[in-house]
Design a protein around this ligand. Sequence first.
Ligand SMILES: *Cc1c(COP(=O)(O)O)cnc(C)c1O
Length: 463
Amino acid sequence: MSTESQQLYSQLPAIDRLLRDPAVEPLVAKHGQTLISDLLRQMQAQAREAIKTCQQLPPWCHDWPQALLERLSQQQRPALQPVFNLSGTVLHTNLGRALLAEPAIDAVVQAMGSAVTLEYDLDGAGRGHRDRAIADLLCQLTGAEDACIVNNNAAAVLLMLAAVAPGRQVVVSRGELVEIGGAFRIPDVMRQAGCQLVEVGTTNRTHLKDYRAAINEQTGLLMKVHTSNYCIQGFTAAVDEAELAMLGREQGIPTATDLGSGALIDMTQYGLPAEPMPQRLIAAGVDLVTFSGDKLLGGPQAGIIVGKKDLIARLQQHPLKRALRVGKMTLAALEATLRLYQQPELLAEHLPTLRLLTRPQQAMQQAAERLLSQLAVRFADRFALRAEPCWSQIGSGSLPVDRLPSYALTFAPLDGRGATLELLAQQWRSLPQPVIGRIHDGRLWLDLRCLEQESALLEVLNP
Ligand SMILES: *Cc1c(COP(=O)(O)O)cnc(C)c1O
């Protein structure tokens, strides 16, 4: 070993001494010796490695307590970091979909810190299972006879197939064999549930006679899947739910629809694109309807199945239900969210999803102009800022072709280079509260539809 290296190794402080350093002691008191010693040992090992490979100390070695503090705050960052969703997609699956309404947040907080009547009857009436109270609420809202709640809509479909048509044939139109993001594919789910998929019709056209011709003694379910993330246009035909339900009743075979996004109110009254509603399908005679809790419904991640009493009873009794059931936090949030639907006049104000989807373009335009005037100077050396109209997407199982007029703050690099833009996007992703925009057409776009706290954004972008 060279004498220089030896000299460098001798400069490394001992862990014991660091632990007694006046700048480190408070950290030990706050976080305990185990964590702090572990971090210091990692730093020692890194410094030794740097001496061995580059014959020099890493730059942070001039201030060990400061370097320790930085590592500590880095390490203590939660894995689920709050971000500004300025991506232009309101229900963004990778950003956690729906934001909960205040009453739902309060209900979760309450349920977290307290014992609750999850499966306990105060009146000794024997309600049966944990979904009971919320199932009653779902029945009121959808007109269904009963309901079942599981972890997400993928689980709802899996449980429904496994409980209603085990080992039997399930008839689905070729135009509805969808893949939802994250590897949810109808044919795969069908196999996992132990059902045999029978495809009928063609990609663009399926008729009632196609379903009828596929029916035999092995048929266990006639199923429709809402093609939520794409649309087929042109020479098309699909069988509507009422017709299929009629065929099912005539043949004594249950019918089901995987709706994906379940809008419990008519979206068109808010000027939003029409979305199929579970209550319409129930009224049309469909036996079981499945949908998500955290898409247009605006609640927590959950899968909801509503429909006929006897079929729901089979779902509730199936062993998979125990594996797919939700916990008290989800039930608390879902109940509080559903209660908001009992006051429809207030919904657009109280339910964040609907509030964001119905924000008028003018609100975003004004926000864009205010932010422009406050941020232009700070970025003027590298970017041209503009307030520009844009289109938001609803996201999560709503048609990608249905767009909502919005307004964005855009950043165009003065050097015209994509790399400059990438760098800016990356810098924003590493902010204390990361800012998620969208790069498009040589600019970085911040769609302001989901920005409700302008001052918080200003604080991170213009500290
Ligand atoms: C979103 C969606 C699913 C999956 O729902 P998750 O709640 O994400 O599990 C399944 N089917 C359809 C039609 C969907 O739109």
